[in-house]
Design a protein around this ligand. Structure first.
Ligand SMILES: *Cc1c(COP(=O)(O)O)cnc(C)c1O
Length: 383
C-alpha cells in the first residue's frame, strides 16, 4: 500500500487489480470517456473544489460529528464510536456523492439526471441534488418498491423529480436498473446516469469513492482529536460499498487499524436468502464491471435477500474486491436477526435510531467489543 495508491487505483482503464473496467456498449464508451475527462479536469480545479466545499459545509451540514457511545460501550466493552453520517442532510452518506455527481453534470452542461432506486434512498438524495442545481431528474423504480416505499416516492415528487414506475419482470431493483439504463441510452448527450454506489463501469467506482473520501478524512481527524490515537478497528456495512470506501480510504495505510466490511447474512447462507457477496461470491461481471458476484448454477447473478434493501445487491465495488484479495480489509456477515437486535440496542442505549443497513456494522462492532474489550472501534453510521 503506497502513497500513490489513489493515483494508481484504478489504473487508466479503470481497473483495481483485475476488477472494475468498463464492459459497455460501444456507443457508451465515448460518453464514459467524456465523463472521465471532465472529472479529471474539474476535480483539479480550484473553482470546483471550492464549490463542493461550500456545499458540504452550508447545505449538507458537514463535518458530521464523531460520537462516543458511552452506554453501549459500558454494556458490551470496548470503546465504540460512530461517524454520524445519519446527520448528513437527507439522513445518509449518499448525498456526498450525489452532490458531487450533480455538480459534475452541471459543469458538463447536462440537463437531466437519471438513476434507478430500490428503497428510494438514492432517489431521494439525487432528487435533492437536482433541485439544488436546477436540473431535471428522472428516477426509475420498480412498481413493487413504489408501493413498499411510498414515503420516499412522495419525497422525490415533492422535490420535483419524475418517478417512472417499472412494470416488467419482478418489478424491483434489477428491472429499474435496466429501465434507467435504456432511458439514458436514448439521450446520453443531455443526460447523465448517476450511479448510487462504488459500482458500475469506470469512472463511477473511482468518482463515487473520491466524493465519499470526505467521510474518512473528517473521521480520522476527529477521532485523533478526541482520543489522541487512531482507532484499533474501523467497521462499515457493504452493499455496493460507497460508505465503506469513504471511511476505509483514510485508514488504508495505517497497519494498526483493522478494517471490517460487513455484508448482509440475511436469514441463512443458502442461495436467495442473503447477499454476502464477498463471503460466497466468485469473480464475474455485472452491470458493466468485474467484481465478486453471487452467481447461480448458470453463472447468472443470483437472487439476493437482506432485511436492509440498501445492501441487497449480488455484486460489490471493484475496489473492495481487490482489497479482499490483498487481505487489507476483512469481510464478514451479520444476519437479519443480529441486525435487528443491534438496531434496538443502539436506539435504546444511545437515543440514535440507525438505518437497518448501518445496523449491520453496529452489530459487528458489538461482537468485536465483546471479543476485545480493551480496543476502540469506529463505526461508519451510514444512515
Ligand atoms: C444505500 C445505503 C447503504 C449501502 O450503500 P453502500 O454503497 O454500500 O454504502 C448503506 N447505508 C445506507 C444508510 C444507505 O442508504
Amino acid at each position: 500500500m503506497s502513497k500513490n495508491y489513489f493515483k494508481n487505483n484504478p489504473d487508466k482503464d479503470g481497473f483495481f487489480g483485475t476488477y472494475g473496467g468498463a464492459f459497455i456498449p460501444p456507443n457508451l464508451e465515448e460518453e464514459m470517456k467524456k465523463i472521465n475527462d471532465a472529472y479529471f479536469s474539474i476535480s483539479k480545479s480550484h473553482k470546483f473544489i471550492n464549490e463542493l466545499r461550500q456545499i458540504r459545509k452550508h447545505f449538507q451540514g458537514r463535518p458530521t460529528p464523531v460520537y462516543h457511545c458511552g452506554r453501549l460501550s459500558q454494556k458490551y466493552g470496548g470503546q465504540i464510536y460512530l461517524k454520524r453520517e445519519d446527520l448528513n442532510h437527507t439522513g445518509a452518506h449518499k448525498l456526498n456523492h450525489c452532490m458531487g455527481e450533480a455538480l459534475l453534470a452541471k459543469h458538463m452542461g447536462k440537463k437531466k439526471l437519471i438513476a434507478e432506486t430500490g428503497a428510494g434512498q438514492h432517489g431521494v438524495a439525487l432528487a435533492t441534488a437536482a433541485a439544488y442545481f436546477g436540473l431535471e431528474c428522472e428516477i426509475h423504480m420498480g412498481e413493487v418498491d413504489i408501493s413498499k416505499e411510498y414515503p420516499n416516492v412522495q419525497r422525490m415528487k415533492v422535490l420535483g423529480t419524475t418517478v417512472i414506475p417499472v412494470t416488467h419482470g419482478l418489478k424491483t431493483l434489477k428491472e429499474a436498473v435496466d429501465s434507467a439504463f435504456e432511458a439514458y441510452l436514448k439521450d446520453p448527450i443531455n443526460s447523465i446516469y448517476c450511479i448510487g454506489s462504488v459500482v458500475g463501469p469506470h469512472p463511477f467506482p473511482m468518482m463515487v469513492r473520491d466524493f465519499q473520501r470526505v467521510v474518512g478524512i473528517e473521521a480520522k481527524d476527529q477521532f485523533l482529536e478526541m482520543t489522541g490515537e487512531l482507532p484499533d478497528n474501523v467497521v462499515a456495512c457493504v452493499g455496493g460499498g460507497s460508505n465503506a470506501m469513504g471511511i476505509f480510504s483514510a485508514f488504508l495505510f495505517d497497519d494498526e487499524c483493522a478494517l471490517y466490511g460487513i455484508e448482509p447474512g440475511g436469514t441463512s447462507l443458502k442461495m436467495g436468502e442473503h447477499a454476502a457477496t464477498m463471503t460466497l461470491g466468485k469473480p464475474g461481471t455485472i452491470h458493466g464491471f468485474k467484481c465478486y458476484v453471487l452467481q447461480d448454477e448458470n453463472g447468472e447473478p443470483a437472487p439476493v435477500h437482506s432485511i436492509a434493501s440498501g445492501l441487497d445487491y449480488p455484486g460489490v465495488g471493484p475496489e473492495h474486491s481487490m482489497l479482499k484479495d490483498l487481505e487489507k480489509v476483512t469481510y464478514d456477515s451479520i444476519t437479519d436477526k443480529e441486525c435487528i437486535d443491534a438496531f434496538f440496542e443502539l436506539s435504546r442505549l444511545e437515543g440514535i435510531i440507525p438505518a437497518l443497513e448501518s445496523s449491520h456494522a453496529v452489530a459487528y462492532a458489538i461482537k468485536l467489543a465483546q471479543k476485545n474489550p480493551q480496543q476502540s472501534i469506529l463505526v461508519n453510521l451510514s444512515g
